[in-house]
Write a protein that binds this ligand. Structure first.
Ligand code: MTE
Ligand code: MO
Length: 199
């Protein structure tokens, strides 16, 4: 037994609600995919970070696995109003992947096997807030949830967490992604309920 019991740490529940406005709690793990589930072999899998001036940084699956790994436990919030608390993942922090990448970019566009894209400010990938996650609840991430690996950016609505992530392009200017082009909010902060453009 630890000295500090679970539940003793973290923000006081009376002061701050666990659920962002308009969200409900779910125990299961819904699947939301805009298209078919791509099947990506680990032999050919790669993650490519490209800069605004065309430099590319590549990691194979083995190279990703040889980087320092983290095990974040985070709450996730889907724009369709379900939230899931205290989900546990394993993956590589974007801080680690961006370390040593010299860039003047301010925006990022994540892109996936299968063609999905989503944009976010580069700053939101930093500060221990974003991961390339390959494990959920101690098991390899199931394909329907984005395996082999997905982006995990839990402080934004979950559509920003690109499944089957293949790479991130860095830009000086903002380039809206799939749902952002279709009318979803450019930033998507669940605590400010930024669901759609104009929210
Ligand atoms: N490549 C890809 N990533 C995606 C999506 C998608 O359709 N394709 N859907 C997004 C949306 S809208 C949500 S809510 C989450 C759902 O993740 P889940 O299916 O693991 O719950 O993935 C996000 N990432
Ligand atoms: Mo979503």
């Amino acid at each position: 037994m630890g000295i500090v019991s679970p539940g003793f740490q973290g923000r006081p529940r009376s002061a701050e609600p666990a659920l962002p406005p308009g969200q409900y709690l779910t125990q299961d793990f819904p699947v939301l995919s805009a298209g078919p589930t791509p099947r990506v072999s680990l032999d050919t899998w790669e993650f490519v970070l490209s800069t605004e001036d065309g430099r590319e940084f590549r990691w194979s699956w083995d190279e990703l696995m040889s980087l320092p790994q983290e095990t974040p436990t985070v709450d996730i919030h889907c724009v369709t109003r379900w939230s899931k608390l205290a989900t546990t993942w394993r993956g590589v922090s974007l801080d680690t992947l961006l370390d040593g990448v010299d860039t003047a970019a301010r925006y990022a566009l994540a892109h996936s096997y299968g063609g999905y894209t989503t944009n976010l400010p580069l700053d939101d990938l930093r500060g221990g807030r974003a991961w390339v996650a390959h494990t959920f609840d101690g098991e390899p991430l199931p394909a329907e949830h984005g395996g082999p690996a997905r982006l995990l950016v839990p402080h934004l609505y979950f559509w920003k967490s690109a499944k089957w992530v293949r790479g991130i392009r860095l830009f000086v200017d903002d380039h809206p992604g799939f749902w952002e082009t279709a009318g979803y909010h450019d930033y998507g902060d669940p605590w400010r309920e930024q669901r759609y453009q104009g929210d």
